[in-house]
Design a protein around this ligand. Structure first.
Ligand SMILES: Nc1ncnc2c1ncn2[C@@H]1O[C@H](COP(=O)(O)OP(=O)(O)OP(=O)(O)O)[C@@H](O)[C@H]1O
Ligand SMILES: [Mg+2]
Length: 543
């Protein structure tokens, strides 16, 4: 902005005073249209019986945006001009003030007819240039040539310098306002809750209108309750969500959370919350901006899917146990038979009348041991038949394998399968769901048994081996001497519903693979060099 000291050197005191008042009046207004009106009104106040128009550069054209001064005619006139067109266009192109004392004598003037009808004689067009950029052109026309003397031209050009700056900042403000409005529109059309909150207290400072429709609380409730967000989280998720948010915010990290919120009508909504931590503005505190999306439908579908998967896993486990029922009955029968024969022996001893206390104690001890054995079988079965997941815990894979071999003991003997067990000592524990891992082994052992049905009973051999991989993972392998898998079908056996068995579901291996994958391990198969197949899986060591 030119300094008043500089202007003072060329303008006398009263004119300088007028100029200062005019500049004050145009810079005071925050509204662009108002600024434009004030500019033309100020311009006409510089010369008697004058008319002023203001042309703003829009793209590559000059567009008339404001005018002031008395009109005599209703003659139509131009409202848009190209740069370089007429006197106004030229003033813009050359970026200098063009003064025309006799409009009718100047052929460059494109609006001579209009000037004649309006009885306007002289004109001055001065470019509005702010920071070296052309903003528009200010025109002042008078009904006498004298009214547009050097003094008026000097005032006009001095004023134009200030007007240009005021207009440019008005345009910038209008643009900023438009983009703020369109941002707010966008925020309100999003099907999401958008909030801004203090990063330390979580007090909400902004919430969009959609929030009302999504959760049903009025916006002022969000803004006035200092703990609104925390108070409307599901009590089961509150501590976890708040702790996560505090930890992430303290480090200035953007973060994502899923939790449940309570709607005004009592519904529980699952939400996905994307939180940005905004840097603190000068002297202010850090703010959070959250975009919260309702994901209840997706979450419900996920939960249903998970429930169905669990149900299926359970059903296939029950089906496998059903296949084993004969062998399991036998497994239970053994200790019971043994208990019976021990009890009969004790009775005989009593009948004989001569009680050998040591022998009697041995018999009772045997009965107790066998009873424990039967109890163990029932315990294992009950665990396998129970629905739902069991909690993850550190497990010894060798224990899990022994459990399964004990359960399948009678089945294997019944099919004449010789079992060789090679369990590596000192394996690291794995973290897992005991029942799920038992199910994996159970299916692999039953599959191996099935694969050897066609063999001569003498050739039926099953090896269960545990080892530790090079990378520390525990590896379990089940090796059979059956017919093997058709070479092109090794990956196919893991597909759901792939079965070559008359009564098979074809789900066993698919479920095994998902269980092993959920434990962070891998399940694979290969045919042995000589005979049969090896199914193996790995599990990472517990952290
Ligand atoms: N040890 C093996 N040797 C040869 N083929 C095998 C072996 N294990 C599995 N297969 C093949 O993979 C198929 C799929 O096995 P999977 O356990 O998924 O289903 P299934 O045993 O047929 O039925 P179920 O759902 O009752 O377990 C089997 O039908 C069989 O053709
Ligand atoms: Mg199977």
């Amino acid at each position: 902005m030119p300094s008043s000291a500089h202007l003072g050197s060329r303008l006398d005191g009263s004119r300088l005073d007028l100029l200062l008042r005019l500049v004050e009046s145009i810079t005071a207004s925050p509204d662009l249209d108002h600024v434009l009106d004030r500019v033309v009104q100020s311009a006409v106040s510089l010369a008697d019986d004058s008319h002023s128009s203001l042309w703003i550069l829009q793209g590559s054209r000059l567009v008339k945006r404001a005018e002031a001064g008395r009109h005599l005619s209703a003659i139509p006139r131009r409202t848009e001009l190209d740069i370089g067109e007429g006197v106004i266009g030229r003033a813009a192109l050359q970026q200098q003030t063009l003064v025309v004392p006799d409009v009718q004598a100047d052929v460059r003037h494109v609006c001579r007819e209009y000037y004649r009808a309006e009885k306007l004689v002289a004109s001055a067009a001065t470019p509005l240039v702010s920071h070296g950029r052309l903003v528009g052109v200010l025109v002042l026309a008078t009904r006498s040539a004298d009214a547009l003397g050097d003094g008026e031209i000097e005032m006009l050009t001095a004023f134009a310098g200030h007007a240009a700056i005021a207009i440019e900042s008005g345009v910038a403000r209008a643009q900023a306002q438009r983009s703020a409005e369109s941002f707010r529109d966008l925020v309100d059309t999003l099907d999401a809750i958008v909030i801004e909150a203090d990063a330390e207290t979580f007090q909400i400072t902004f919430v969009n209108h959609r929030a009302e429709a999504i959760l049903g609380y009025p916006r002022h409730a969000w803004l006035t309750d200092p703990n609104f967000l925390v108070n409307h989280m599901h009590p089961d998720d509150r501590d976890r969500a708040v702790a996560h948010r505090m930890a992430a915010t303290a480090k200035g990290r953007d973060h994502v959370m899923e939790y449940r919120m309570l709607a005004a009508d009592g519904r529980v909504l699952w939400v996905h919350d994307l939180v940005r931590v905004l840097p603190a503005e000068a002297g202010g505190r850090r703010q959070l901006r959250s975009v919260i999306v309702d994901i209840t439908a997706r979450k419900q579908a996920e939960l249903e899917l998970q429930e169905q998967r669990q149900l299926l896993t359970h059903l296939t486990r029950v089906a496998t146990l059903g296949e084993l029922s004969g062998a399991l009955a036998h497994e239970l029968n053994q200790p019971l038979t043994s208990i019976l024969s021990n009890a009969q022996a004790a009775l005989r001893l009593l009948e004989r009348g001569t009680i050998d206390l040591a022998e009697f104690r041995d018999i009772l001890r045997d009965i107790a041991d066998e009873d424990r054995r039967a109890g163990e079988v029932i315990r294992r079965l009950r665990a396998l038949l129970r629905r739902g997941e069991t909690p993850r815990q550190p497990l010894d894979v060798n224990d899990v394998a022994s459990d399964v071999l004990r359960l399948t003991h009678s089945e294997l003997i019944g099919h004449g399968v010789a079992v060789s067990v090679q369990l590596a000592p000192g394996l690291p524990k794995v973290r897992g769901d005991r029942v799920a891992l038992q199910q994996v082994l159970l299916n692999l052992v039953v599959n191996a048994c099935d694969a050897m049905r066609q063999d001569q009973p003498l050739g039926r051999e099953l090896t269960v081996a545990t080892t530790q991989d090079g990378d520390g993972a525990v590896r379990v392998a089940i090796v059979d001497r059956g017919a093997g898998i058709a070479a092109e079908g090794i990956e196919r056996v893991f597909e759901p519903f792939f079965t070559t068995k008359e009564h098979g579901l074809g789900l066993g291996l698919a479920i095994c693979r998902s269980i092993v994958a959920a434990h962070g391990g891998r399940l694979g198969a290969a045919n042995n060099a000589d005979r049969g197949a090896t199914f193996w899986f790995t599990l990472p060591p517990a952290p």
